[in-house]
Design a protein around this ligand. Structure first.
Ligand code: K1U
Ligand code: ZN
Length: 186
């Protein structure tokens, strides 16, 4: 991916990929670490960014597009004129703050459902970029919330797992109904 002014250009054709909807066993699997960065992974990253911006969303994890690999994308800038896309391969939280923050989270795999989730307010994340270089960054605010949400996806965890069993079951039933309706083309 290349930056030209405020726009991001890609070298190949980017395509959106279908986003899996909960409940789906692939959203509950532990994603595998990537041993190296290949052109195929760069293409997947481009497609994931395209899928995230198109949804629209501020993050996306490999398992949400059926790829059980440890790759996430995020852009919490929420500014189409100044995008700040981040691609993280094999991301790891290497430090979390003791202070916590509450954010009303959503999930592209659980459409139109939102709930407050409490997480560490700041985290330090280590990952590989698409050139295979190790990166470290301390994140706070929405970036910290989003990166934790996306890394949870790599471990088969969804934001509804932080809720009580009644709320979680209610949301799961709504998603089962949504999937039945979509399958019927409604
Ligand atoms: O991982 C995902 O399912 C994406 C999810 C990320 C996320 C949102 C909120 C808190 C933590 C993590 C989303 O992007 S849901 C959609 C969303 O938040 C949004 C959509 C359009 C504009 C701004 C935000
Ligand atoms: Zn999600």
């Amino acid at each position: 991916m290349l930056k030209a002014g405020a726009r991001w250009l890609t070298c190949g054709a980017m395509t959106t990929r279908p986003i899996l909807i909960h409940p789906d066993p692939r959203l509950r699997a532990i994603a595998k670490p990537l041993p190296d960065i290949s052109d195929e992974i760069r293409r997947l990253a481009d497609d994931m960014l395209e899928t995230m911006y198109d949804a629209p969303g501020i993050g996306l994890a490999g398992p949400q597009v059926g790829q059980l690999q440890r790759i996430i994308v995020l852009d919490c800038a929420k500014d189409p004129d100044a995008p700040q896309p981040l691609v993280m391969v094999n991301p790891q939280i290497v430090w979390s703050s003791d202070d916590r923050s509450v954010y009303e989270e959503g999930c592209l795999s659980i459409p139109d459902q939102y709930a407050e989730v409490e997480r560490p307010a700041s985290v330090k994340v280590r990952w590989l970029d698409l050139n295979g270089n190790e990166q470290d960054r301390e994140m706070e605010g929405l970036w910290a919330t989003c990166v934790q949400h996306e890394i949870d996806h790599l471990d088969g965890k969804l934001f509804i797992d932080y809720l009580g069993p009644m709320k979680r079951q209610l949301i799961t039933r709504k998603m089962e109904k949504l999937k039945r309706e979509r399958a019927r083309g409604e």
